[in-house]
Design a protein around this ligand. Sequence first.
Ligand code: PEP
Length: 249
Amino acid sequence: MTARRKLIAGNWKMNGLSAQLGEVSAIAQLAAGRSDIDVALYLPATLIAPAAPLAGTVLIGGQDCHQEEAGAFTGNVSAAMLVEAGARGTLVGHSERRAYQQESNTDVAAKAARAHAHSLAVILCVGETLETREQGDEAAHAWVVEQLRASLPEGASPDWLTIAYEPVWAIGTGKVATPPQVAAMHAALRTALVEALGEDAGNVMRILYGGSVSGDNAADILHTANVDGALVGGASLTAAKFAPIVDAA
Ligand code: PEP
């Protein structure tokens, strides 16, 4: 079996002012004791520069970057801007951006490629809606695999790309996919990665689970086959809530 190092990543979404920077320092302390796993925080763009010097081994990332290098895209943040602020990575294709900013798979692939061109590590998010899940497991697998294929950037490599499976119905709802549901979806995604990238890269690329992960369910999720870590929203906002998830990894 391929050994993949676990990654515990927090996504603060549109939460956090400078008053919360103490949580970044506290999470950096948690991570400092864990040389066996990777820890990352995806922060609002305004917190990246002040957080970067506090982060220690924690990778600080943005939550999106625009697919173009620069230009007339009011309100957007470019990959170069993230790098200048001190980010070492970014999320792309989070379901909230796909839903509220109408980002397509083509946009997501272009964002990932642009981020990589600036040497940012990328987490590419995929996941089905409740409507698709209710059509059955096979339909959900086919839908998410197709979303992954269509969102994968040219030259995708586990050196810089990680996949996050985040069922939309589990994000921020307190409903967690069951370990068998997660195992089956991750197996389907693993097969798709091997087909798209070849045996070596496809088996080494990390696949995270995200969707209402907490200290209560992290151990079950993180010990499920093909789960290489977690992308955590609400429970990453404080070190106290994040700590049991890091401990479970
Ligand atoms: C997320 O934002 O990616 C997420 C998984 O959120 P939550 O953990 O709050 O469901």
